[in-house]
Design a protein around this ligand. Sequence first.
Ligand SMILES: [Zn+2]
Length: 298
Amino acid sequence: MPELQYKDKTADVSEEAVYSAARAISRARTLVITSGAGMSVDSGLPDFRGKNGLWQGFAEVEGKTLRTGDLAITKAFHDDAAQAWGFYGRLTTLFRETNPHVGFEILRRWADTVENWYVVTSNVDGHFQKAGFETSKIVQKSGTMEKLQCLTPCRPEVWENDQSFTIDSSTLRSNHVPSCKFCGGVARPNVLLFNDFSWLYRQSQEQEERFNKFLRECNPPITILEIGAGKILPSIRDMNSKAATKFAATIIRINPHEWEIDAPHISIPDGAASGLSKIERVLSKHDLDSSGHQTDYL
Ligand SMILES: [Zn+2]
């Protein structure tokens, strides 16, 4: 797949902003980690919906070009499931073979220092789980490639994607099409596509309900990390903005393209791995106690 290049404006990350972010993390009793495509891009995974994302263009697969936008709709599975799975099968493999970047490790450490935490992501790659975050404390707002569902769907059930795929290099078609374990028809990934009226969202909805309960019951101060979540798919930003108002939470927005946010929130105009590493360097220079509240230096 082509390297995705952004050509937006850039800004320097001020030391003051990094210190403010470190302070907000070390003082938090509750950490809410939210992320969009920018989080995955740093691991080398494609952005789906962003301005230069996969759905807007083409992908090179086995030296051939696929119009990826044509595959982002359920019609692709109805028309030619082996072709659609040629693409999604490759993504499944890519997600499994790619290791989460250093930022995940940093977040894992921060999560260990706070009283409580939660993850909300619009990414479908399952990399928070892969990085060791418990599935029961993750909201996958757009579903996950690691689950399958019936294309019809014949019933509202999802199941593990335990399939592996081989893609024919001349046709870009998958060697097989996963079938529905109930009706034997075509199965598709349980991810939200464009104009998708047959995506089974119950799992995602239940995750959101658990998260909303968590927010109502968790202890302040709450710090919300918002990493690589753009304006094109604004659900993460909208959610954070509402939560910040309702629970007096502080948002740390890490984004190399659309980083602006009004004070008292904190803006880090940087990529996920780089921005998180800068904050971690400040935190690790100073010993935090087990509760993360030792912040004299800040
Ligand atoms: Zn079925």
